[in-house]
Design a protein around this ligand. Structure first.
Ligand SMILES: Cc1ncc(COP(=O)(O)O)c(C=O)c1O
Length: 324
């Protein structure tokens, strides 16, 4: 296990109870506000990058290459940390449309070099080519995988698990489950492993935002295996892929209406790509009775508000106008 990390995120993040929703569904619903970890660095990514960027320093790299969608939160958080720590930052961003807003705007403002590729191209191959080119120019580049979801980055959520245990003691509550969005697996893997190390009784439940539960379960196992080869049983990995909807970054009107309802009921905004889908999944599963054995339920808000594109914002405006 890695011991060293940067201390750049605003930690511990608070845990808040959603009172009205709790009353409505008959459970105690809590949200851990990992969207409060920062501004440029907000969300779950910075917890992982605290370890990854420390690893960059400890191994004398001077350049970072990473990847994600054009709208990637991970890319934006990486760009911010590279700016702060004077590292060259290359972002391989995949997507056919590149509207200069949200994270792409922030990436550019933060000084990252953007390499846009179309949706058919391989992110990994492009990163490898870039790696060779930068090496030939005398740079020392490290490739950080999508979402910083590897054995290094996942430490951020092993750490977050310890933070939750401490908060449980202060709050005098035990969470029967910890629920989170799954986009590249590193957040879930860290929580699962934190749960395992602490022999805790909480269930760790993931909600996939694209791809299948099997794909993510394999990815999580791979990350944990790289960290701890002694684990052979992964039966408790629980990933629900019933709420992927139209796919990555796509939202139905019903989903958007749900995010509006929660915003207006609780004053909390979930993003349309990750946390919204996962939280909607959680509430739907509770309503179907699939959390009947649980009383205290924790959801981790992993950030992502920059994901409200102009098109989504316009649709939300229309939905609200139609409700009036
Ligand atoms: C806002 C947000 N929430 C959740 C996730 C999912 O986390 P992970 O990639 O570690 O599965 C991501 C990234 O994929 C994200 O940007």
């Amino acid at each position: 296990m890695l011991q060293r990390k940067l201390n750049i995120a605003n930690l511990d993040t608070p845990i808040q109870k959603l009172d009205q929703l709790s009353n409505a569904v008959g459970k105690h619903i809590y949200v851990k506000r990992d969207d409060y970890t920062g501004t440029e660095i907000s969300g779950n990514k910075v917890r992982k990058l605290e370890y990854t960027i420390q690893y960059v320093f400890d191994n004398h790299y001077d350049t970072v290459i990473t990847t994600g969608a054009i709208t990637s939160n991970h890319a934006r958080a990486t760009a911010a940390l590279c700016a702060k720590y004077n590292l060259d930052c290359h972002l391989v961003l995949r997507g056919d449309d590149a509207i200069f807003e949200g994270n792409l705007f922030l990436d550019t403002m933060l000084g990252a070099k953007i390499h846009q590729i179309d949706s058919q191209s391989s992110r990994e191959d492009t990163m490898l080519e870039l790696h060779s080119q930068l090496k030939s120019e005398g740079k020392q580049p490290l490739i950080i995988p999508v979402g910083a979801s590897d054995w290094i980055g996942t430490h951020g959520y092993i750490n977050a698990y310890e933070e939750i245990l401490k908060q449980e003691q202060t709050m005098q509550v035990h969470f029967d489950s910890i629920n989170v969005a799954v986009g590249s697996g590193g957040t879930y893997a860290g929580l699962w492993y934190g749960n395992y190390l602490n022999k805790d009784h909480s269930k760790v439940i993931g909600y996939a935002v694209d791809q299948s539960a099997t794909v993510f379960s394999d990815k999580v196992q791979e990350i944990i295996h790289d960290l701890d080869k002694s684990i052979t049983t992964f039966d408790s990995i629980t990933i629900n892929d019933n709420y992927v909807g139209l796919g990555y970054g796509q939202a139905t009107d019903d989903e958007l209406a749900f995010y509006i309802e929660i915003a207006q009921q609780e004053g909390i905004i979930f993003d349309p790509t990750y946390t919204g889908k996962a939280f909607r999944g959680l509430i739907s599963e509770i309503k179907q009775g699939n959390y009947d054995d649980q009383e205290n339920i924790l959801f981790i808000h992993t950030g992502g508000l920059q994901g409200y594109t102009e098109e989504t914002r316009r649709r939300i405006q229309q939905i609200i106008a139609a409700q009036e």
